[in-house]
Design a protein around this ligand. Sequence first.
Ligand code: B12
Ligand code: SF4
Length: 495
Amino acid sequence: MRALLVNPCFRLPIDTRTTPHLGLAYLGAVTEEAGYEVYIFDADVEEESLPDFIRRYKPDIVGITANTPQVKQAWRTAQAIKSVKDVLIVLGGPHVSVLPAESTAHPEVDVVVRGEGEQVWVKLCQIVERALNVNPDVTATDIVNDPRSELGSLLGISYHTADGREHHNPDHPVVADLDTLPFPAYHLFKMGHYTNLQPATDHVDGAKSFSIMTSRGCPYRCTFCSQSIMPIKWRARTPENVLAEWKHLVNTMGAQEIGVLDDSANIDVERLERISTLLVENDINHVPWIFVNGIRANLATEETLSRLKKAGLKRTAFGVESGDPDVLLSIDKKIDHDTIRQAFKNAKKAGLETIGFFIIGLPGETEESMEQTIKFACELDPLVANFSMMTPYPGTKVYEIAKRQGRLLLEDWEDYVFFDGKARYEMGEMTAEMVERKWKEAYRRFYLRPHRIAKTLTRKDFWLNWRRTFRVAWKTIFPSKEKTKLRESVEATAG
Ligand code: B12
Ligand code: SF4
């Protein structure tokens, strides 16, 4: 039984760096563990065309990942594969988990897996294996339309049968104990072909900067965040299990930097402190690491952050979102400005670099509230301030609000990247012009303060990456020409 996992080609208009996909690395690992042959075809780095590869590799099952801006390319990819072989094509990932019917309506998509994929994917491989054992020439059409098909009782999937019926089976339970998962199968990637292994760390191109996820999920439900698609229960790996992977990354893979991808790593502070102790005790705290996504500000005490610093933490991010108290309250972040102020102070006292995530254009915003966000960013003065224009992703509350009370300005999922300088919706007095203007102003006012310029120029990391920093800054302001060319070249890679 041969399985194939595909990351459809998708390049952001701002940046064409490539990075291995952690979700596929986990899926690859469980496929191998189940005893199947598996190949990860990352269209961003492969030289061969996918149809040629399909003819050569002859997979028995294909899984394709898709987030929102990637989903159209996932459909094109599925079509290109089907034109070569009627193999079972499975789509998974955040976008199709929210809108499964949209994908199963495409005849080239056989099955959609909703939510966390490891267990359901392995069960699908087993179903295909059993079908092949009965009939070595069985096709995807046969498997899906067999009235006795095991798909009928497989939790967590959606599919469409030839009689026109849609099937949305109940959800599959999530992996209860994350320690039971194997480590991500990086050996299945052509590691040398990636320009960057973890984009949010400092030694950008060509450095060995790996990702790790020590917990999954988030118990909060911020109205703008796609995390709400995933189960509300926060699950964590044990410190010992995290340590084992960390050692593997440092000692076997030669990691020079590590990006922790958890959505909310510090929900259980004791667990995090135990991880810190283990990193120190095992002498692997010399490899710097970064919280790439925000940690909860209300749980970031100076003591915890100091222990993390000793364990090698170099930089931490906090989701600040808005400088306006009413807007902050309205997005269910469940945090206030004083707590955020204190968290930044604690991090700075602990000797950590900080990142602040801010959003311009949340529902109910006015020019005044955006102004408060810019001022608050300047007051907190993190090392990195990241301002995004609100992009309402399907499945989030903001998406529903924008659809009902505002006017969505995008029809095409491929436009759901948030780096191309365009507002995504208008609502009440909040016009696209206002959001775009304040967003540009935010960057200008934050980074062009004299002390910021001086601070930037004195940092070693800036000089390591200055070419890329300027390229990114330029493309943030003037992205459109690049985007058309990129999109044409991306579409060409599907078939
Ligand atoms: C790291 C990260 C990135 C990195 C690297 C992405 C990569 N190559 O892996 C970078 C910085 C490049 C990035 C960029 C973007 N990201 Co991002 N990113 C993440 C983050 C923080 C972690 C991803 C991860 O590794 N998760 C852990 C793995 C285990 O989960 P997973 O990948 O989702 O895979 C599991 C399931 O989804 C499912 N599954 C996935 N694929 C498949 C396929 C099959 C066949 C099956 C069966 C199952 C399956 O099973 C997997 C294992 O359980 C997530 C948040 C999150 N918690 O996931 C956001 C997230 C995925 N990103 C998001 C977004 C919006 C983006 C951008 C569009 C933002 C932008 N810049 O405009 C871009 C798109 C880039 C692109 N090229 O597609 C959203 C997606 C929302 C949506 N509706 O699509 C998320 C959920 C963040 C959020 N909370 O809003 N991202
Ligand atoms: S923004 Fe952060 S805290 Fe809020 S739901 Fe998303 S991951 Fe959780």
